[in-house]
Design a protein around this ligand. Sequence first.
Ligand SMILES: CC(C)=CCNc1ncnc2c1ncn2[C@@H]1O[C@H](COP(=O)(O)O)[C@@H](O)[C@H]1O
Length: 253
Amino acid sequence: MTEPTQSKRFVQGAVVRGSTQHPGTTTDQRLLESRGPTDWVHTDPWRVLRIQAEFVDGFGTLAELGPATAVFGSARTKADHPFYAAAEQIAARLAQAGQAVITGGGPGIMEAANKGAAEAGGVSVGLGIELPFETGLNPYVNLGINFRYFFARKTMFVKYSQGFVVLPGGFGTLDELFEALTLVQTRKVTSFPVVLFGTAYWSGLLGWLRETALEQGTISGPDLEMFVVTDDVDEAVAAVVASPGPVAAERPE
Ligand SMILES: CC(C)=CCNc1ncnc2c1ncn2[C@@H]1O[C@H](COP(=O)(O)O)[C@@H](O)[C@H]1O
């Protein structure tokens, strides 16, 4: 009986290689080498990993957040504006009711809501976004994540909020509002309260929805019942605090 030749073996992670299969360098050595072309940093496969990392950071940070409400509204609202005060009060009440408050982490209404939540001793979440001009997270965020990609950030708003309170705002706010409404309308989520705060500000849009969109059949009657429109802080808070939270539609993915 011949003994197997005791040739040298090399371990490469889980893989064992005989001497003829030796790769020459270790994986760590190759990792730590910084020579070679760097174009891969700007390729889509690499971006996919970065996108994945945003989901990992977002899910990992927010998984244990507990009940939360997102507050949206203009980045441009000044601290002396009544809507700033309203956002601050709404967020403070939400915090007192044991809810975390999630915003885009920027200035204006976002800052007001983060301020209200933080000063009431609550969890004040800011999901910041990289923009061409530097704004950074407002100082009232006590749990912040900075995102590169809007869509990854938007998933976090929807996944971890049990309702939306939308104060007057521009395109960004409208985008967030209509995303929430589309998710409810298409039954991607149900029982997802959407509060429009500021009846006068929203009345033009609501009128157009009723008189043009509904009239021409691009939305249906029940679609207009998806939101609560109010000027009352208590009513806004009650609409989201009473909610059981977003419930995924019954059909599995
Ligand atoms: C002064 C200025 C424009 C700062 C921008 N800095 C921002 N930082 C974080 N989120 C933002 C910012 N601008 C818009 N957003 C997102 O879009 C919404 C506000 O957009 P808008 O101002 O209504 O259209 C916010 O709820 C927020 O989620």
